[in-house]
Design a protein around this ligand. Sequence first.
Ligand code: PLP
Length: 405
Amino acid sequence: MEEPNRKPTFSQFASDNYAGICPEAWRAMQAANNGFVSSYGDDLWTERACEHLRQVFETECQVFFVFNGTAANSLALASLCRSYHSVICHELAHVETDECGAPEFFSNGTKLLHVNGPGGKFDLAEVERVITRRSDIHYPRPKVLSLTQATEVGTVYTPDEIGAASELAKRYGMRVQMDGARFANAVVSLDVAPAEMTWRAGVDVLCLGGAKNGMAVGEAVVFFDRELAHEFDYRCKQAGQLASKMRFISAPWIGMLEGGAWLENARHANGCAALLEQHLAGIDGVRIMYPRQANSVFVEMPETVVAALRSAGWHFYSFIGSGGARFMCSWQTTESDVLQLAEAVRTECKEVHVIKTATFEALLSDAVPDGQGGYNFTLEGKTYHLQDKDDVRKIAETHGYIIIY
Ligand SMILES: Cc1ncc(COP(=O)(O)O)c(C=O)c1O
């Protein structure tokens, strides 16, 4: 079969979803491609994958495999709520901004209530205010606190922060769901056991990401409270999320978990983002927007730089979070990709800085009479003494300005 004739997408930092399938997941899928095997999850591959996840989380959790993160989040939330309940999440949460209303759809109307907070993490005082602001029958009753780990802007909640959020939620009879599309990146960033960041910190259900971590497709919905998983299999089936050839969804988890590739991939992606952050931070005109704690770097840059990078073929998003450009690294990103991107940003920022314009009128208005017939004129922190006001033109030109008349 011929490969599609398309420009290679190596110069991309748009998403960890752009990456291919990592060798460990690929080999496991290939190993599962052997003869006839029972369908719909009634197979040894699926059993082994679930067992691996129980070992990773050090508990007898109940595990389900679905095709994608939207389904994992939506179905998990739906299983925790009734239609008249509400879910509290951060205003930048994927469930709120990027799931096309699927959580509300699958829960038959459960409302998402959002709160803000710096760095993509909610402010607990805000959460409590939203929980308690009303208790009347007209208000959708808060039932779940949903947090994303790592967050949509590449920060992470510490186990203590998760514990405090859970404690608050439980105080009001609520459940805790975690969107862990980039859970592995958070695990290696914090260097803590997965159990510490989840059930030991009060998380009831985790939607664990596989695709961004290096698999072709598939997320695991992990119920730490097994009772909450009651009839979840029916929910998956009804939503079209029960794979008939389940072994090809579940076997890659074995490949990822048994040798630690899931953590290695995340460590590599985080390391690339750290390298990128280090290089971008030193460039004039670039501002790092959030502390980089996982595999993405968010930056503010001049619009002209953004446009020039795009037309040079670099792929990145600027609609995620609260603006700025998001550079996302994956298991497949290389150090050379990172250095090339940093160099491209540096070059474009330099270009921007040499094209400086000023109106002649504005320059003249900056020439202040010195009281002795001359003028003081300050430009870029340097002060000049002028006899003739029109000399602002020459000085601005020596600073590299293009003067507009
Ligand atoms: C934070 C977060 N949650 C969940 C998802 C999963 O979404 P999808 O339905 O595209 O697999 C994503 C994907 O971008 C994400 O960034």
